[in-house]
Design a protein around this ligand. Structure first.
Ligand SMILES: Cc1cc2nc3c(=O)[nH]c(=O)nc-3n(C[C@H](O)[C@H](O)[C@H](O)COP(=O)(O)OP(=O)(O)OC[C@H]3O[C@@H](n4cnc5c(N)ncnc54)[C@H](O)[C@@H]3O)c2cc1C
Length: 382
């Protein structure tokens, strides 16, 4: 893989790997058990200059783009899935605000990049997840303000975010043509945050519901043109799906490395278990599928960096990588035998953490729908 990366990408990957192995890995189990947002480690990533990776240099970022962002994500998630998940938020928010926002939003980008401002994104509602267009949260115009009412669900870092990117409707009509996007300061009157969710894995991200009860914001807080945010949200999902693919890839890579080391160490019937063909084949399949996933992700990321549409390619990467990661993390646990089922080995945590990747940023069933629709469109073009 080495020769596909530029010298700069290898340098960045190595420095992220050093930071993650030295600082993140020793804390990964504590992030899981304590279930608190790891602000110090998050700040360490900001201090490495990793949050502005998809913001152009003149706007305060490094402008390195999606390929580099996915390389960085893989390294972080290899040491902690939760911190990898947290890393996606500032990278995506800074890029989104730069692309779609105005002066008020651009002013926040330096704070997001230096780690001092935490941002969360709220699309999903308790009754509307896959059906994004079905959302019922409203932002109704009142003079020069909008007044927001509704409840958002599963907001990652929702309990700790200083700023919220909220998708809501400007009318109560059904459909997606009235969805707009707003920046909502987290201390606005009328905002109530629920208790952090008790989750299977991916601990430490303080996911919660957020209730909006007559939350008033000035119209300058709107991000992008009124009623045109559905498309922006879908485009943003394409990038975030690449990031989630790279996150799952990092976890699969860690599981593979653990399984390989364990198979060389563990002896049964007088042999290291790596001598058994059944174990060899599991490791061989892991190695092959991880390499294939990495290529799918980087192919889509390269297209994205070159300005091409990537809806199908991002869905390919997300569907394949996250299913692959779940399958092989489970196989890596199997290689550990009974020890794999114990909290003394980190494969147990990776097994719980990686499961989320098949569900969020559009479930894998939705990815299949996106791919099938695109195939239909492509076939129509002849
Ligand atoms: C830990 C966690 C963190 C999250 N973070 C965020 C966040 O920060 N911001 C945010 O906005 N959201 C977030 N989400 C929400 C996440 O994106 C949704 O959970 C996801 O999109 C699925 O929506 P749902 O849970 O309502 O499931 P549903 O949409 O109710 O789906 C249930 C099942 O039905 C299937 N299904 C639904 N529709 C179809 C269809 N048309 N065809 C075939 N199958 C279908 C789904 O694939 C799934 O298997 C998070 C979720 C979790 C669990």
């Amino acid at each position: 893989m080495e020769r596909f990366y530029s010298d700069e990408q290898i340098l960045i990957r190595n420095s992220v790997r050093r930071y993650c192995e030295d600082k993140v890995l020793p804390c990964a189990a504590a992030i899981d058990t304590e279930d608190r947002f790891p602000r110090g480690l998050y700040q360490g990533l900001a201090d490495l200059g990793l949050f502005g990776i998809c913001v152009p240099e003149p706007a305060g970022g490094s402008g390195l783009g999606a390929v580099t962002a996915t390389i960085v994500m893989e390294e972080i998630a290899r040491c902690s899935g939760s911190l990898g998940n947290a890393y996606a938020l500032p990278v995506e928010a800074a890029a989104f605000l730069h692309q779609h926002g105005g002066a008020r939003h651009h002013a926040l980008i330096p704070g997001i990049i230096d780690g001092s401002i935490l941002v969360a994104t709220a699309v999903t509602e308790p009754d509307h997840g896959s059906d994004v267009a079905g959302m019922t949260t409203t932002a109704l115009k009142d003079g020069t303000d909008y007044v927001i009412n509704g409840t958002k669900a599963w907001v990652t870092m929702g309990a700790v975010a200083d700023q919220l990117i909220v998708f809501a409707k400007t009318t109560t009509e059904p459909g997606h043509r009235n969805i707009s996007c707003y920046l909502v300061e987290g201390d606005r009157p009328g905002i109530a945050r629920g208790e952090p969710e008790a989750l299977l894995g991916m601990h430490g991200l303080e996911d919660c519901q957020i209730h909006f009860d007559d939350v008033r914001i000035p119209q300058e807080n709107r991000i992008g043109p009124e009623n045109q945010a559905f498309r922006a949200a879908m485009e943003n999902f394409n990038f975030s799906r690449l990031m989630m693919s790279a996150m799952a890839l990092g976890m699969a890579q860690a599981a593979f490395e653990d399984a390989l080391a364990y198979a060389k160490e563990r002896k049964q019937f007088g042999n290291a278990i790596i001598a058994f063909q059944a174990v060899q084949f599991m490791l061989a399949d892991m190695s092959t599928d991880i390499a294939a996933a990495r290529l799918l992700i980087h192919h889509a990321a390269r297209l994205s960096d070159a300005g091409h549409p990537i809806a199908k390619e991002a869905a390919h990467a997300k569907r394949f990588t996250t299913d692959m990661a779940m399958k092989h993390v489970s196989a890596a646990l199997q290689v550990h035998g009974g020890n794999g089922y114990s909290k003394h080995y980190r494969i147990e945590r990776i097994f719980r953490d990686v499961r989320l990747a098949q569900i969020f940023e559009g479930t894998n069933e939705i990815q299949r729908l996106i791919i099938a629709r695109q195939l239909e469109k492509d076939a129509g073009r002849g």
